[in-house]
Design a protein around this ligand. Sequence first.
Ligand SMILES: Nc1ncnc2c1ncn2[C@@H]1O[C@H](COP(=O)(O)OP(=O)(O)OP(=O)(O)O)[C@@H](O)[C@H]1O
Ligand SMILES: [Mg+2]
Length: 167
Amino acid sequence: MKDLEMEPVFEFTSNSEVETRRLGLAIGGTLIPGMVLGLNGTLGSGKTRLTQAIGARLGIPEGEIVSPTFTICVPHEGRLPILHLDAYRIRQPEEVDELGLDELTEDGVVLIIEWSALIESYLPHIDVEIRILPTGTETRQFRFRANSDRGRRSLVALAEQLSPPQN
Ligand SMILES: Nc1ncnc2c1ncn2[C@@H]1O[C@H](COP(=O)(O)OP(=O)(O)OP(=O)(O)O)[C@@H](O)[C@H]1O
Ligand SMILES: [Mg+2]
């Protein structure tokens, strides 16, 4: 916890899809309205799986969140409104400007953006960046970095949820 206050990073090792699910459920419980999450990692690293688990925690029906491959973004109504974006196939990043993302976040919509690094200059400030590194067929290393006070608060809450203090 002290570490997170000084250096706003947090790491989580997932050894299975079930553990990634647990991570996503925990993240879903620490989101702050209007937050922007950027997800980066190679194809098949688990960005959509993580988003699905975040959505599940917010009460978004299973099966509703899919890879938004041919649409830039899909809105979902859970306990918080979510906009799920996938930048992988965006041909003209300027299209992102037309989505009015700043206004949406001001209204409390949480943005979850797969491949956010590809369109970063067109996005609102990213509060939490999540890098997923596949370390084996079933294993993934998740690296979180908070870029704002809001992101930091959310990461502190996440770290607490995932490793409650021992005493
Ligand atoms: N520990 C794990 N966590 C998450 N996914 C895992 C894990 N182990 C294996 N997988 C598999 O990895 C794949 C992750 O797929 P997913 O669609 O979430 O990736 P993605 O990062 O969204 O890819 P894309 O860049 O194509 O959108 C799934 O097939 C899943 O079964
Ligand atoms: Mg995906």
